[in-house]
Write a protein of this length. Structure first.
Length: 353
């Protein structure tokens, strides 16, 4: 088999797995009620094993897809508290409602996907702290059992709170903070901002929040506004990526979810051409970034993009690019986090003089 045909076969396999997982998600509902299986052991955040990324050790968050990009954590003046998306998936009845934090196989999966492809984007702006937590299982998003799903997400958020409080007490030392998440991580990050930042002294330490992959209502926050310019601080950015012309299920033209275009960091509906996309990371991180992969435009509470163009993309059939919300705009997100950090630090230095 030639190298090119092997690559195509690999791409087809990946797309098949994605399509199967998306189409069969409704069959992942567990056969057990919440609590019927033992609740997984709570993480001990004084143990480094309870963290997927810490700035003083080697982990996947330290890596960069290009040699000219450097891990700047050692000298960073800002912290990044990152919450990973759902990586706990499985077949019907085989898994618990919440993930075991000390499962090596699951942690490796989390680290080689979310930490590598998402958390690493921030290593040019700040020191990265990414807690492991008893994430709710993927099936919790599709179950009709609201009582059990509420318990599963509540347990996950309980860990996030515990991790954040441990981080504040033992690591932060009064430094400015970037909050970042994706998918389930964004759900928890939103709650974290409401509980610990909004209307509280810590809001003055917020550089920015990247709440990616989940819809954020305009009413979600009272005083933390959506970012409307590339250099604005103390605000949040949010987007969900779909192919242009596609609407997700239950979409309404009246949707007014907050959306920031990650190519120009504005919230209006102006079209931004793909030439402004400075770098996308594909499946093989170490292969580097591809420029001008796709464009972007805010439309009815969604981020619409043209079908990405790269070797093998002809086989892409899905139109929901949720799994690639960070990958697609990797270089632009990295540069923006650095810009907002610079602006925040400069403003603080001026005010202290």
């Amino acid at each position: 088999m030639t190298k090119s045909s092997s690559n195509i076969l690999a791409i087809l396999l990946i797309l098949f797995v994605i399509s199967v997982s998306n189409s069969c998600s409704k069959y992942l509902i567990p056969e057990t009620s919440y609590g019927e299986l033992p609740i997984p052991q709570a993480p001990d955040y004084s143990d480094p094993k309870s963290w997927a990324a810490l700035p003083d050790r080697k982990d996947q968050a330290d890596r960069t897809p290009e040699s000219y990009l450097k891990d700047e954590q050692a000298n960073a003046e800002v912290d990044v508290f990152y919450l990973h998306p759902t990586t706990y998936v499985g077949r019907k009845g085989e898994d618990n409602w919440n993930a075991p934090v000390y499962d090596e196989k699951l942690n490796k999966k989390t680290d080689e996907s979310a930490i590598l492809f998402q958390a690493s984007v921030f290593n040019g702006a700040g020191k990265i702290y990414a807690p492991r937590y008893r994430q709710a299982h993927y099936h919790a998003y599709f179950s009709d059992n609201e009582k059990d799903t509420d318990r599963a997400f509540a347990l996950a958020y309980k860990d996030v709170k515990t991790a954040f409080e441990f981080y504040l007490k033992n690591y932060n030392k009064g430094r400015p903070i970037i909050i970042a998440g994706h998918s389930q991580g964004t759900n928890h990050a939103e709650e974290l901002l409401k509980e610990y930042f909004e209307g509280k002294p810590l809001q003055n330490k917020l550089v920015a929040a990247y709440l990616v992959g989940m819809p954020i209502e305009p009413s979600s926050f009272k005083s933390i506004k959506v970012c409307e310019t590339p250099e604005e601080t103390g605000c949040f950015c949010s987007w969900r990526s779909y192919e242009k012309g596609y609407y997700p299920r239950k979409h309404s033209p009246q949707n007014n979810f907050e959306v920031t275009n990650p190519l120009n960091w504005k919230t209006d509906s102006s079209y931004v051409a793909k030439k402004m996309n400075e770098g996308t990371v594909l499946r093989k991180f170490k292969k580097g970034m591809k420029v001008s992969i796709t464009d972007a435009q805010v439309h009815q509470g969604l981020l619409w993009i043209s079908k990405p163009k790269f070797f093998g993309s002809v086989f892409i059939r899905f139109k929901n690019y949720h799994i690639a919300d960070y990958n697609l705009f990797y270089a632009n997100i990295r540069k923006n986090a650095q810009l907002r950090t610079k602006m925040f630090l400069n403003a603080n230095k001026k005010s202290s003089n």
